[in-house]
Write a protein that binds this ligand. Structure first.
Ligand code: GLP
Length: 240
């Protein structure tokens, strides 16, 4: 059963998660962070800036959860660009130590396997940040994803493409495919920290925390993890 922390707002949630990450980095300057994209973790990255002042981050490693397939790495909405802009640059991380799945068409055949190997070589993820989609996806593991899945290419659902259309000119510009860590990959991280804000996430949060373990709601996989923390605001907690 995940530990659920209900807070008044996103800034408080971001502060709690940032405290945990800063403690980890001060204890282990070579810590491996699991990085998430989307609007939710921005509160964490914002809060981390002040918490890491004076900390040695030169050896911190990062692994992103997912990437769109077929977007040029330099596209402003590729997750490589987003992680660089929102995390690597503001926190002063070494870009060479932060890895994003390879969503290029040329590399796609081996990208999943390569990413899994890199995660193992790094010793695994110490703390994995997670958001959750309105359909319950984590990473880009859409409903129907196996709990044992590893990093692989997936097709995005129309709902996710519509949810993410706000970052693009139109829904037609949102890629149809992605490469994402699997649920099995995510479950190997030593600590999961899932955040969610707003009423739109309430059903997904309730399903993930209290619903049956089901591939129809991929976030329910966190119930299998021995150390999962869920930090939500009142609205996202409203269906619990
Ligand atoms: C995307 C990401 C997920 C994220 C989800 C929710 O689909 N791949 O990792 O959790 O969006 O996004 P937001 O936090 O913007 O609601």
């Amino acid at each position: 059963m995940a530990e659920v922390v209900i807070v008044p707002d996103a800034a408080t949630a971001g502060g709690l998660a940032a405290d945990e990450i800063a403690r980890l980095i001060r204890r282990d300057p070579g810590a491996v962070l699991g990085l998430a994209t989307g609007s939710t973790p921005l509160a964490v990255y914002d809060a981390l800036r002040s918490r890491l002042v004076g900390a040695d981050v030169a050896r911190v490693r990062g692994f992103a959860l997912d990437e769109y397939v077929g977007l040029a790495p330099a596209h402003p909405q590729s997750y490589r660009s987003v992680i660089t802009r929102e995390v690597v640059e503001p926190l002063g991380l070494d870009p060479a130590r932060v890895r994003i799945p390879d969503g290029s068409l040329e590399g796609i055949e081996h990208a999943g396997e390569d990413y899994e190997r890199a995660l193992v070589d790094a010793g695994g993820v110490d703390l994995q940040l997670l958001g959750i989609g309105t359909d319950g996806h984590i990473g880009f593991n859409e409903p129907g994803s196996s709990f044992a899945s590893l990093t692989r290419v997936k097709t995005l659902t129309m709902q996710t493409r519509e949810d993410n259309a706000r970052f693009f000119d139109s829904v037609d510009d949102v890629p149809r495919h992605c490469i994402t860590q699997g649920l099995g990959t995510i479950l190997r991280a030593r600590h999961l920290v899932l955040l969610a804000f707003g009423e739109g996430k309430a059903e997904a949060v309730a399903g993930a925390v209290e619903g049956p373990l089901t591939a129809s709601l991929p976030g329910s996989a966190i119930q299998l993890h021995p150390h999962a923390t869920v930090i939500v605001d009142d609205a996202a907690a409203s269906a619990l």
